[in-house]
Design a binder for this molecule. Structure first.
Ligand code: CP3
Length: 351
């Protein structure tokens, strides 16, 4: 990795992921390469489809670097999507303009058996090439992040074939056909672990696991479908690559955060915007790093709501290992100037 002196990293995000408080807080933004940036829209138009962009190492590297050039974020997240995993496993995945992802839904044992048993890593070679290019293109202080979706979130797209408000098709499937669900989740655990290990080998220094639909699960299913699969992925990754750092984002997982923390699942826990960091942190051991959690719409609004939202987070996390971020992805209608205002306020926070 070239930047570590002994075991003491100099990159701010890696220091936080090792449990060290860093002030001013390091900052990056979920979905930081995206449609709020005019330069993204330009490259996107050249690329063809969204998946063409994900699988084009030159253009994927370019869009990953765009927010780093413009804002100097402390982390750079690989440009790709959580749905490249079902795609590589053999499911038909498309992104329809202005509608989002469309997959050929799976529901039977026969559908499952048509999916590859082990992740064919060669189908994702272009993603690893993007990481390889980023490793040399990024400024020395920028942490390179990889990512994957958590099995439940990915499975919910694979079953419904699209995004759904409360993941009803996958939840119903979990009740009616637990055996199907178990096989699918297990396949995704193995695929995601192999994928993350390969991302680390290609140059990622830390990875974020996105459980975007954690809030949909009732307590009876949460352990089996969300917590346990994430636990297995993190354990498998750490066993294979002990230097890898992990950030776990369970959107809507507030009531379960203390369990993740107690078990040490994730070097950092990402908080969604509904959580009050003051309350959450009071319940978490001091060495557990956190990330988040400004409301993406406070960033759209700008002005007073933005500065008040930032200050509330800064005062709650002062003295703790924390990475500033949004509580979910940045939305396309976000004014670019507001992103700069946010960075200036976070970085300008007085000692
Ligand atoms: O953060 C980054 O900048 C890295 C790239 C990244 C994308 N998607 C690019 C993207 C990451 C980390 C993701 C993760 C992802 N993808 C998640 C989990 C995070 C979250 O936001 O909850 C999910 C659920 C997906 C699935 C997905 N991809 C959906 C539902 C959509 C359509 C919704 C939309 O915003 O249009 C996508 C498309 C997508 N992935 C875009 C980007 C920049 C927009 C597509 C475009 O440019 O046309």
């Amino acid at each position: 990795m070239g930047e570590a002196v002994g075991n003491h990293p100099t990159k701010k995000i890696l220091r936080v992921l090792n449990g060290e408080p860093v002030w001013p807080l390091p900052i990056w933004v979920m979905r930081q390469a995206g449609r709020y940036l005019p330069e993204y829209k330009e490259t996107r138009a050249q690329a063809g489809s969204f998946l063409d962009l994900c699988y084009n190492p030159r253009l994927a590297t370019e869009v990953t670097l765009q927010p780093i050039r413009r804002f100097g974020f402390d982390a750079s997240i690989l440009f790709s999507d959580i749905l490249v995993i079902p795609h590589a496993l053999g499911q038909d995945v498309r992104f329809v303009e202005n509608e989002g992802p469309k997959l050929e839904p799976i529901s039977s044992e026969a559908d499952l058996s048509r999916l590859a048993n082990e992740l064919p890593l060669e189908r994702l070679e272009s993603v690893f090439e993007t990481l390889d290019r980023l490793k040399t293109a990024l400024p020395g202080e920028t942490t390179l992040l990889g990512f994957c979706g958590a099995p439940w979130t990915v499975a919910s797209y694979m079953i419904a074939g699209k995004g759904t408000p409360d993941q009803a098709p996958a939840r119903l499937k979990a009740y009616r056909d637990p055996a199907f669900m178990e096989v699918l989740i297990d396949k995704l655990v193995r695929a995601s672990t192999a994928y993350l290990i390969r991302q680390i080998d290609a140059g990622a220094e830390a990875v974020q696991i996105f459980e975007s639909f954690g809030s949909a699960l009732p307590p009876a299913l949460f352990e089996r479908l969300s917590l346990d699969p994430i636990r297995q992925i993190v354990a498998g990754l750490k066993e294979a690559r002990p230097q890898a750092r992990t950030i776990v984002f369970v959107r809507g997982g507030g009531v379960h955060l203390h369990r993740l923390a107690e078990e040490g699942i994730g070097d950092a826990l990402a908080l969604d915007w509904t959580l009050d960091p003051k309350t959450v942190l009071a319940d978490l051991p001091a060495h557990v790093a956190t990330q988040g959690n400004l409301d993406p719409l406070a960033l759209v609004a700008g002005g007073k709501p933005l500065s008040a939202g930032i200050d509330r987070i800064l005062s709650a996390v002062r003295g703790r290992p924390h990475i500033f971020n949004l509580g979910h992805g940045i939305v396309p209608e976000t004014p670019v100037e507001h992103v700069q205002d946010m960075i200036d306020r976070v970085r300008g926070a007085g000692a």
